[in-house]
Design a protein around this ligand. Structure first.
Ligand code: AMP
Length: 379
């Protein structure tokens, strides 16, 4: 076997996919605007601005995948005339449009917050009347990391919200969810339909960007079964191949789905060291048509993002139980530059590691030392 996988995008997700592919003697190449992208150290980058670049990319690999859910469908349509893309086009098209995504969740009886499609200001008035306030207005396409969103708190916000996000866009208005925690479940489906799921991650955000994930999410044994059921419905319905992520809210009424990402996910980076087979390796295995690896957890894990500014690498590496991943990006406020995985032996060591790390990181991080991790693997 000596396959090449062509990947739409060449950011850190593509980089970590290629890192997982190398031991399997699988090479990746990347279709990306920036030839100095994080993945460039791992494989060829086909600069996507040249007139014949897409044809060149299509000719340069045996099978294709993506690391970027806003991969243009026009490019995908051209590619799938002659080549195979995993995940399938329908999964990508659905994840690119919140209205299609919610319709799929409804079809599969996966609970979501009450919502309305909004195509004009009158629709928004009606949504406020029917769903009440506060209300979250989101663009149906193109949003990420909380961008393209407006929280309406009073009726007087209707006009400002419409001006901010309308009128050219299709929008969705969602009831504001009073959640206690945000979780994500990641699963992989092979070409033969085999399904495997990693333990739930509990995700903490800072200014709308993931700051850290705790795995397994505390007190999540029952939620795990529910979340697993939801994501498996999605994987089977979409005839999916590869890794899929489902973001969830924990509410008093149970889990509500927020959105899905048809790709490996930041909240799954812990699995490189924390699981027997990582999300990256299993994605590559699925795309290459190989058997999947075990998703069982090796040990409870905390993954901390490095955002905006690099810490001193030596100080991080001096922490016993810390693994450092740097993405070869230049520093910029709000930019994900790398991550640190903590694999503590027990809760006491985790406390110490969190305290030390909170000091080492240049961006102040509310990394609570009292995180109470559970022990024992979740299959
Ligand atoms: P999204 O782009 O849909 O993932 O939303 C980004 C973040 O906004 C989520 O991680 C939540 O913290 C918050 N959020 C999104 N939708 C809602 C909602 N309906 N109610 C309350 N918070 C929300």
């Amino acid at each position: 076997m000596n396959k090449t996988i062509g990947i739409f995008g060449g950011g850190q997700l593509g980089r970590m996919m290629a890192q997982a592919a190398l031991p399997l003697n699988i090479q990746c190449c990347f279709y990306e605007a920036d030839t100095h992208c994080p993945a460039a150290q791992l494989g060829a980058v086909i600069a996507n601005q040249a007139p014949d670049a897409l044809q060149q990319f299509i000719a340069s690999a045996d099978v294709f995948s993506l690391e970027f859910e806003n991969t243009p469908l026009a490019d995908v349509d051209q590619l799938i005339q002659t080549q195979t893309l995993y995940p399938p086009r329908q999964a990508l098209a659905t994840a690119q449009n919140r209205l299609l995504e919610k319709a799929l969740f409804d079809e599969l009886a996966i609970p979501v917050a009450p919502y309305r499609a909004v195509h004009c200001e009158a629709d928004l008035e009606q949504a406020v009347a029917e769903l009440g306030l506060p209300l979250v207005l989101k663009t149906a396409t193109g949003g990420y990391d909380g961008k393209g969103q407006f929280v309406l708190r009073e009726r007087a916000d209707i006009q400002a919200a419409w001006q901010a996000l309308g009128p050219a866009q299709h929008l969705v208005a969602e009831a504001f969810v009073d959640f206690s925690r945000e979780l994500s479940i990641i699963a992989v489906r092979g070409q033969d339909g085999e399904l495997k799921t990693w333990p739930l991650a509990e995700n903490h955000h800072h200014h709308g960007i993931l700051s850290h994930s705790i795995v397994p999410a505390p007190d999540s044994a029952e939620l795990q079964l529910v979340a697993q059921d939801y994501i498996c419905r999605l994987l089977d319905r979409l005839d999916y191949v590869g890794v899929l992520t489902l973001e969830l809210f924990v509410t008093e009424q149970g889990l509500l789905a927020n959105e899905m990402a048809p790709r490996v996910h930041n909240s799954g980076h812990w699995s490189i060291e924390g699981a027997i087979c990582s999300q990256f390796e299993n994605h590559i295995r699925a795309v290459a048509g190989l058997p999947l690896g075990s998703t069982a957890m090796v040990a409870p894990t905390v993954m901390v993002n490095i955002i905006g500014q690099y810490p001193d690498s030596a100080q991080v590496l001096a922490l016993d139980g810390a693994h450092l991943h740097l993405y070869n990006k230049t520093e910029r406020a709000g930019r994900k530059l790398g991550h640190i995985t903590l694999l503590p032996k027990d809760s006491a060591q985790l406390s110490t590691l969190c305290q030390k790390l909170a000091i080492i990181l240049p961006e102040p991080l509310a990394l609570h030392a009292e995180i109470d991790i559970q022990h024992g693997a979740v299959e």
